[in-house]
Design a protein around this ligand. Structure first.
Ligand code: IGP
Length: 267
């Protein structure tokens, strides 16, 4: 059985952080990712930095710039997955935009991601028409394709999108780009319900989640919660202030994980 499916069968709501590979540099991003998993994250989204991250807000854009300035290439991100796999048995999900994936070679990418010990992939800007082909290529190498559905996705589009889904479905909580928000829209509950009408796969929610109360609220109806910018900002702020970011992101992970386990399951 694959690690993603196993993780969702643990019987609790999952915490899925996102960090950028190579931010602030290779070794520290490896140590940070490892510390976040050790502190209780159930799986990890590893962002492969890209020069034109259209769907990202300023926090993650800045992290991609820092990583690219370090010379991070896609092959380094795959190596990071392999190095992280040596330290953790938890699911690792590669997050890449479609251009670098196609340039590298779709089949080559998934073969190497699988060899590195990766479990899933998110490609936020893959057109729906190509999602099936990417999902099939991923599946041939045992990698779970995780598609995104947005609040604007109507029922027929949701049905088409989730058809390509293998690991879980990523429900985007709000329009716009990634970034911490004061409130996470309740609208996403309806989107999770709509996804559930068309697939038995788990439905997770991301975008804007930045505090334990957000996690508790979402974990009442979703199967997992994704948190990205709140981690990436904490890492950037600590580095900027000359502090070791690891204790802070580990404590943050424990707080969010606690909130996820406290959530009353209203499904
Ligand atoms: O950063 P946020 O608001 O917590 O959202 C998660 C997000 O970082 C992560 O899943 C992600 C990073 N870049 C993306 C681009 C599109 C969709 C999702 C993402």
């Amino acid at each position: 059985m694959n690690r993603i499916r196993e993780a969702f069968q643990a019987g609790h709501k999952l915490l899925i952080p996102f960090v950028v590979a190579g931010d602030p540099d290779y070794e520290r991003s490896l140590d940070l990712a490892s510390a976040i998993l050790d502190a209780g994250a159930d799986m990890l989204e590893i962002g492969f930095p890209y020069s034109d991250p259209l769907a990202d807000g300023p926090v993650i854009q800045a992290a991609a710039v820092r990583s690219l300035k370090q010379g991070t290439r896609l092959v380094d991100c795959l190596r990071l997955v392999a190095d992280l796999r040596k330290r953790s048995a938890k699911p690792l999900i590669a997050f890449t935009y479609v251009n670098p994936l196609v340039q590298y070679g779709v089949d080559r990418f998934f073969a190497e991601l699988a060899a590195a010990g990766g479990d899933g992939v998110i490609v936020p800007d893959v057109p729906l028409e190509e999602a099936g082909e990417v999902a099939d290529a991923a599946e041939q190498h045992g990698i779970c394709f995780v598609p995104l559905v947005a609040p604007t996705s109507g029922e027929s589009r949701v049905r088409a999108i989730v058809r390509a889904a293998r690991g879980f479905v990523y429900c985007v909580s709000s329009l716009g780009v990634t970034g911490e928000r004061q409130q996470v829209s309740q609208q996403v509950r309806a989107l999770v319900d709509l996804v559930r009408k068309h697939t038995d796969l788990p439905a997770c929610v991301g975008f804007g989640v930045s505090r334990p109360d957000h996690v508790r609220e979402i974990a009442e109806f979703a199967d997992g919660v994704i948190v990205g910018s709140a981690y990436v900002r904490r890492i950037a702020d600590a580095i900027e202030a000359g502090r070791d970011p690891i204790p802070e992101v580990a404590a943050f992970t424990e707080q969010l994980k606690q909130a996820a386990t406290e959530a009353i399951d209203l499904r």
